[in-house]
Design a protein. Sequence first.
Length: 435
Amino acid sequence: MQAASVQPGEPPPPPLPHGAETTRRPGICVAVVLPAGGSGERMGGGTPKQFCGVLERPLISYTVQAFERVTWISDIVVVVTEENQDLMKSIIQRYGHSRVTLVEGGVTRHRSIFNGLRAFAENQPLGFQLPKPEVVIIHDAVRPFVDEDILFKVVTSAKECGTAGAIRPLVSTVIASTSDGCLDHSLERARYRASEMPQAFVFDIIYRAYLQCSNYDLDYGTECLHLAQKYCNTKAKLIEGSPDLWKVTYKRDLYAAESIIKDNLSQQVCIITDMREDTVQVGFLLHEILKTQVKEAKGISSSLCKNVHNLQNMFTEQCFNFIGINDKESNLHETRQIVDMIKSSSLAVLYPVVLISVHLIVLENMTFSKAVEDLSGIRELAKEAKKKNILVYGLLMDYTKDNLQLRKTVTQGATVIATLIKDRSPGLIGQMFLL
């Protein structure tokens, strides 16, 4: 068992899937145990699913960050196999996770959870002991979309009842088969629920249950609520959870998780212009049109050197998408400035940041090939920015004084921009699109 290190600097919190953060606090000491020792057999690959990449970041990092976001959780114990200890340490270091302690896993899920609980127990020869919580949350490392609302509900219910867990309605009917493979009987679906995570327990109750349970339960059991009921005679409170509590089990689930994260990342856009008439006009139109396609579009109109503070504020407001509008005479100087500012922040530590460099040209005066040639440096800029998790794309927009034609062009541009933001494709970085 070993305590993990903490990175310097605080990365921004991740976007929430659906539930909003709550300002409520349970008023007790709460900790978390995340069993992450699975082999990922159902994933069908050599990498355990908790370490599979989603937007080039391990899935378990998203789950850990979901708990770090909750200020009233004191400690997060991650239980991993011995062979994955170094990998998990590198994830903690790279993504700046704090409040995390690593514990070596057991040969089964229940034995891993038991090892995690021992980190808080007295008189255990583990080298150190974490402060014992009043309530401990047990959650799967491959359920990354848990929000603070359900955590608060299971913790406060556990405080009152001893144990509590999230549930969801059954999607399919459960049937029993005979020994020869025929239908025996089916369950009335309305009476049953699927047990989900998170689950919460008064620490002394769940730890006592694990101390008393049989080797058979440790090796073949799956339900923590059942152990507490069986060995400590507690009655678990069941809390209806949201659809976001699903578990990443198969490879297709990784694509679904990536889609959810991309959708959350694309909800806010920051449009940056200077004070020139043409860029302000295009920025205003783009802001107006994008408001119908994203949850929130914000604009900054000023010289970057004079408005660094406003842009830095966007870095702390969970904005991961920036559009820089450059006039006919500009090159990539301001785009480089924005890239450098993002690099110097911790914004791109957790999520890929999109920067779309929009350049206004007058095709009557310049050919497309000449414009692309003048801005050819965007490929090298994008290549270097990608190393810091910044995705840079280019957009050439034909500027005209004809207001109707300009609106049409900007509308087309907004569609391209929204698509680039949503897809976040590394394969398209450094490309210059023409409108």
